[in-house]
Design a binder for this molecule. Structure first.
Ligand SMILES: [Mn+2]
Length: 345
């Protein structure tokens, strides 16, 4: 049998904090669609029997009905594929959720917090999901694999716990217990970085999710499991430190930033080093794949306090104010920078 395992799509996530660019949220929401469509097209091309969606398919707080329709219309295109969804902490199976109210295609099975076993030919699929934004019900204990000769699969959303103390609010699952149950394949979601049991988020959600993102394609023949990772996100998030110590104007900085080869990837640029000018960049002047710029530079301190020029006197006064706690360091830096800008010209 052939399967696709994907998780953590987070349809309709706002993506507001990852970028200084207003339109980026909508761009990434369109890219969620195209990544999900890629998985559906893969299923069609390879005649995949099962699709396991291990939670956080959408964002309960933001998802629109039009998006649910979009997802369900894609499910219609793969009528021969059995689809199993385990609700996660971002898309819990609550009364007002679309899992509960929407009329899903007949090939879709949505698990609830109660463990269920679905038998199809030589495959037994066990699943359960979140009934709320938090859950700790230890449902795994209730599962006992009764037909070891069949292919046994678990679909759920949760956190693997390696230690003996099994606690947490996101469906903590004991690594040991899970191992001892003896599933042939475990399809989990929740951890956005690809790992044992986890395919990672379908597309990267931001700068804490660097690297490639996509889904797992698997094939089980005679109880032997083969899996491979299929990339679905056309972009990667990347972070770059950019030293500006040798740059002397904003124009020069913009020019240099626009020369960075970003290809199709999305960048966060950390400006580092010592700045020679006040940085107040207009993001509209920067190439579009740089979506966040963080100023981590230090003010260049080549100031001689002990001279009687206007600059020397001003700085002496300012230093005194800082010493007397009349201004804080943040304000000190700002005034100093402005003072230097005025007096150096
Ligand atoms: Mn998630």
């Amino acid at each position: 049998m052939k399967f696709i395992h994907l998780a953590d799509v987070h349809f309709d996530a706002p993506f507001t904090v990852i970028s200084d660019r207003a339109e980026l949220g909508q761009i990434r929401r369109l890219e969620q669609r195209s990544a999900f469509k890629k998985a559906i097209d893969f299923i069609k091309e390879n005649k995949v029997d099962y699709l396991f969606i291990s939670g956080d398919l959408y964002e309960q707080d933001y998802v629109r009905k039009s998006t649910i329709n979009y997802i369900n219309d894609l499910f219609k295109e793969i009528k021969d594929t059995r689809i199993f969804i385990s609700p996660g902490n971002h898309d819990p199976y609550i009364n007002e959720s679309y899992y509960s109210t929407f009329n899903w295609e007949s090939n879709v099975k949505i698990f609830t917090q109660d463990v269920e076993k679905v038998e199809i030919d030589d495959v037994n699929i066990y699943g359960y999901g979140f009934n709320n934004y938090e859950m700790n019900l230890n449902q795994l204990e209730k599962i006992n694999i009764d037909e070891k000769d069949k292919i046994n699969i678990l679909v759920s959303h949760g956190t693997i716990i390696e230690s003996n103390e099994i606690n947490g609010i996101y469906n903590p699952i004991s690594a040991n217990t899970l191992k001892n149950k003896g599933f042939d394949y475990v399809a989990l979601g929740h951890i956005h970085k690809r790992d044992k049991y986890y395919p990672g988020s379908l597309i990267s959600m931001g700068f804490d999710e660097l690297g490639e993102h996509g889904f797992i394609y698997g094939e089980i023949i005679n109880k032997k499991v083969n899996t491979q990772f299929i990339k679905a996100d056309d972009r990667e998030f990347k972070e770059l430190d950019f030293d500006i110590s040798d740059i002397y104007s904003e124009d020069e900085l913009i020019e240099k930033l626009n020369q960075i080869k970003t290809e199709n990837n999305l960048y966060k640029i950390n400006l580092i080093g010592e700045r020679n000018f006040i940085i107040n960049l207009n993001i509209k002047l920067i190439q579009k794949n740089i979506i966040k710029i963080k100023n981590k530079t230090k003010l260049k301190m080549e100031i001689k306090e002990n001279n009687n020029s206007l600059k020397g006197i001003s700085i002496k006064q300012l230093n005194q104010k800082l010493k007397n706690n009349e201004i804080d360091k943040n304000k000190y830096d700002k005034i100093l920078e402005l003072t230097l800008k005025i007096l150096n010209n």
